[in-house]
Design a protein around this ligand. Sequence first.
Ligand SMILES: [Fe+2]
Length: 225
Amino acid sequence: MIVKQEIEELFPTPLWVVQLGTAEAAAFNAKLKAEIEKIISPRPKVPTGSNWQTPQDLHTRPAFADFTGLVEKAARGVARYLQVEQFPMMITGCWANVNPPGTYHPTHNHPNNYLSGVYYVAVPETGSQLVFQDPRPVMIMPRIGKHSRVTANAAVSQTQPGRMVLFPSWLRHHVPANDGTTERISISFNLMFTNFAETLAQPSWKPTAGGNQEATSPNASASSS
Ligand SMILES: [Fe+2]
């Protein structure tokens, strides 16, 4: 006889969503929008379907100091959650994207970083999505009417001004075409451990007395079985 049937979630992929208050976001975004416009002005002509991007050094510019502070605060929260706060992280790149109607970002991830994220300065009236792909290979995908978070092979994150989303840099994602009538403005960023080679990259196993390597054991978390 079955006495109970439970579900355990293995290897969940976290997405951290940080939301500013509406009034605060409006003022903050107006400032950010003006600074971004200054950088890309006069806007060079780009091919139809392309977008404008700033240089990737916004985190080093005084005009973006408040934004950098926000990213660092959010990243500290993530590090606390993951219990890696003893290893300092730094922003390695930060840039703004201005997407006119009809433009999109194809599928990609952010190599050589630990965390990545995006903050929304302006979003079209019709809304805008950020779509994440399931990193696991899909072998069987039954044609069911409605996929759940357990059976779907993609997950949609809705965007809105004043929202920041942080995710593991390896997680592939894309931005569907802007089907609104106004520009979509976002600021993307990457973070990596500042002293990765010094503090994290060394082998985690100990050599045996005879010089043979001990097998590396997986970093298993506690399991009930
Ligand atoms: Fe991205």
